[in-house]
Ligand binder design. Structure first.
Ligand code: HEC
Length: 675
């Protein structure tokens, strides 16, 4: 299905529409007419509620409709209402509808307000970098883009909703003469060519795309002095000899050859692997590209990735990954784990490796570095210090002794803090290996860096989890929430979400005692392959009585290509085909020092996990309707008897007073060891 333009004027207009030639392919046919086969390349954008949407995820849809939107525009508002009607009309056919805001003056918050005030029924995707706007060549608000996923995401239609929206002055009371968008959708659904694939919209506000038409400037971006330094700083740590990336970025030729893939990973926000929403929080270990860096790389690639002149620093400065992190040097204590042979194919169970605590006295960690010998097969490692299971959890002061994930196998603790490892006991490592098509044997070494003297501050860890989770078969956006309530002032240092292949998005929100909610971390699209820590650039004070609430969204549908089995109802389990609702936070108690240990506070915090994991509406009480999963079974059975004040909910005291409460709490705490 191709649109053929006959007249020269149309061809010129078309070439203008096509814009950056790398995005949509244009060609001149043998007969001299312009033939366009323009396909929208993949992208991922976040909507006003911080949820990610990736275009190619929707390959199952018969048609995808986007409409450009700007805030405060009467035409946008009228078009949004009209789009909602179209959405209703095509619901049964499975057509998907989104709005897209590429107007840099419209912040996400302002757009959320606009959406709420005008009762938008269609989500708005925020195109902060305007890269999608450039690709679609958005001219005005109210323009509709009909995309055909079944024809390689071809842009089947670009123009107004109907003839009323085409005219310079919108009259919504006028009768619709030509329903351009609806007829384009009908054509795509019927696999027929669209009668009018490009229609000019004269109404609507112009959307200013700051880089539009700057192809010559983009072609002049210097590889040597602009592009290569970005790659060197943000990509080469992994994409080098001995690094974990699948190819080395050690010359212009490699970059040029990988340019289309690089562009795709940037537009879909897969590389570099750091997934915190840049609008929420600041992270000291942020490895992502700045907005300008992303735009520079994408524009340079779209301009044909020209070499230009100057030294190729990727070649002249090519290096190998150092044995131990350059910043830390040689570790004080090195633990060598047993070797494990990973077969060429097949599923591999988590390997639990337990070693004796190697430290001769009570030790304090200031940093931990992991050094696998076969990085390609090592997916991740979590570890914990284990004293004696019969001890109450409060006497295990904060049990993680470091974790490894691809590219982030170093943990350094904030100055003045350290993680305690009491003498004796065991270190337990949960190793997740994956097959990569050839047999490999891994021997992982762990370098521990110790503090010479005990730190003033104890770095604590706590888990926010819900071992009672239940994700219905086929549900594409199932939400589970859980929280911890801090009994005393604390300072938050670092946070770490964990789920398996069905994890889609996750947020950590602070709810202060006055009920005010502030997001701390938002990961609009979670990737199981990257189990990252997010270290707060500025440690955050958590006031007594504050809840830290985690909200996980799971994709248990067939559209999640990593889903091991969308036909199953999913419950908690350590294997990747089960799920986890897990989130670690690292913090200190304000009133604790290493000479004044407050295990009492830690015990109270741990107690709060029972209510926190069950109380889905975060009202501080557990209603019978919230006792759905397995972890609340003991409480459900005795609910009426336990609800001493007969208010229809179990509060912390009612739960604490009962043996069923203690059993539930034990189950929650014990599930931590499944990671
Ligand atoms: C923390 C390590 C790390 C960093 C930093 C990193 N990469 Fe990667 N990259 C990987 C790994 C591992 C893979 C293979 C697994 C995957 O795709 O997630 C990969 C894959 C890729 C691929 C191939 C994707 C595919 O589907 O074949 C491209 C392209 C890429 N990276 C580009 C980049 C660019 C550009 C940067 C810098 C802006 C970058 N990477 C930074 C580790 C990294």
């Amino acid at each position: 299905m191709r649109a053929v333009w006959k007249s020269t004027a149309a061809a010129v207009a078309l070439m203008a529409l096509v814009g950056g030639g790398a995005v949509v392919t244009s060609a001149v046919a043998v007969d001299g007419s312009a033939i366009v086969s323009d396909h929208v390349s993949d992208f991922q954008l976040t909507d006003t509620s911080r949820m990610a949407h990736q275009l190619y995820y929707f390959d199952y849809a018969p048609a995808i409709v986007l409409m450009s939107q700007t805030n405060g525009s009467p035409l946008s508002r009228a078009a949004a209402a009209e789009l909602a009607r179209l959405q209703d009309a095509y619901k049964d056919k499975g057509v998907l509808f989104y709005m897209i805001n590429s107007n840099t003056a419209d912040t996400r918050e302002a757009t959320a307000t606009e959406a709420a005030a005008n009762h938008f029924m269609v989500p708005v995707l925020m195109d902060d970098l305007q890269l999608v706007g450039e690709q679609l060549n958005i001219q005005r608000d109210g323009e509709v883009f009909v995309i055909d996923p079944k024809d390689h995401f071809k842009l089947a239609y670009h123009g107004p909703l109907d003839d009323r929206f085409a005219s310079a002055r919108l009259d919504t009371s006028a009768r619709v003469k030509t329903a351009y968008a609806a007829s384009a959708i009908d054509s795509v659904l019927a696999h027929r060519p669209v009668a009018n694939p490009r229609v000019e919209a004269k109404g609507g506000r112009l959307v200013a795309l700051s880089e539009r038409g700057k192809n010559n400037e983009h072609a002049a971006i210097s590889y040597a002095s602009t592009v290569a330094p970005i790659i060197q700083a943000k990509c080469v740590t992994c994409h080098q000899d001995g690094g974990i990336g699948p190819f080395k970025m050690d010359s212009y030729d490699v970059i040029k050859g990988q340019a289309p893939m690089i562009r795709e990973t940037l537009l879909t926000k897969r590389m570099p692997p750091f997934f915190a929403d840049p609008h929420v929080g600041h992270w000291s270990n942020d490895t992502s590209l700045t907005a300008d860096e992303t735009k520079t790389l994408v524009h340079w690639i779209e301009a044909g990735a020209p070499r230009g002149t100057g030294e190729d620093i990727l070649k002249t400065h090519a290096s190998s990954a150092p044995e131990w992190p350059a910043a830390l040097g040689k570790p004080d204590v090195i633990v060598t784990l047993p070797s494990f042979s990973v077969p060429a194919s097949g599923t591999i169970e988590y390997q639990n490796m337990v070693v004796d605590n190697p430290f001769k006295t009570d030790a304090w960690l200031r940093a931990v570095a992991f050094k696998p010998s076969a990085r390609p097969v090592l997916h991740h490692i979590t570890s914990s210090y284990s004293a004696d299971r019969s001890l109450p959890p409060a006497s295990i002061p904060g049990s993680s002794v470091g974790s490894y994930v691809p590219g982030a196998g170093i943990q350094t603790y904030n100055p003045g803090t350290g993680a305690p490892v009491p003498v004796g006991g065991k270190l337990r490592f949960s190793m997740h290996y994956t097959s990569v098509g050839r047999a490999m044997t891994d021997t992982t070494q762990i370098g521990y860096y110790l503090l010479k003297t005990p730190p003033e501050i104890i770095r604590r860890a706590a888990i926010i989890s819900d071992p009672g989770l239940m994700i219905p078969a086929g549900d594409a956006r199932h939400r589970e929430v859980s929280y911890l309530e801090f009994p005393a002032d604390a300072v938050l240092y670092s946070v770490h979400p964990h789920a398996h292949y069905r994890g889609y998005a996750v947020e950590l929100t602070q709810i202060t005692p006055d009920g005010k909610e502030t997001p701390i971390l938002s990961v609009p699209k979670y990737d199981f392959n990257w189990q990252l820590d997010y270290d707060l650039a500025q440690p955050l004070t958590i006031k007594a009585g504050t809840k830290l609430r985690v909200s996980w969204v799971y994709d248990n549908s067939t559209h999640n290509h990593s889903n091991p089995d969308p036909k199953l109802n999913i419950t908690w389990g350590e294997q990747t085909w089960n799920e986890m609702m897990y989130f670690r936070v690292n913090y200190r108690w304000v009133d604790e020092t290493s000479t004044h240990v407050r295990n009492d506070l830690q015990a109270k915090l741990t107690e709060s996990r029972t209510v926190g994991s069950l109380d889905d509406n975060a009202d501080g009480k557990v209603q019978l309707s919230e006792l759905v999963g397995s972890s609340g079974a003991a409480l459900r059975a005795r609910f009426t008897a336990l609800d001493v004040n007969h208010d229809g909910g179990l509060d912390a005291n009612e739960i604490k007073a009962s043996s069923a409460g203690a059993a539930t709490n034990r189950r929650i705490v014990e599930a931590d060891a499944d990671l």
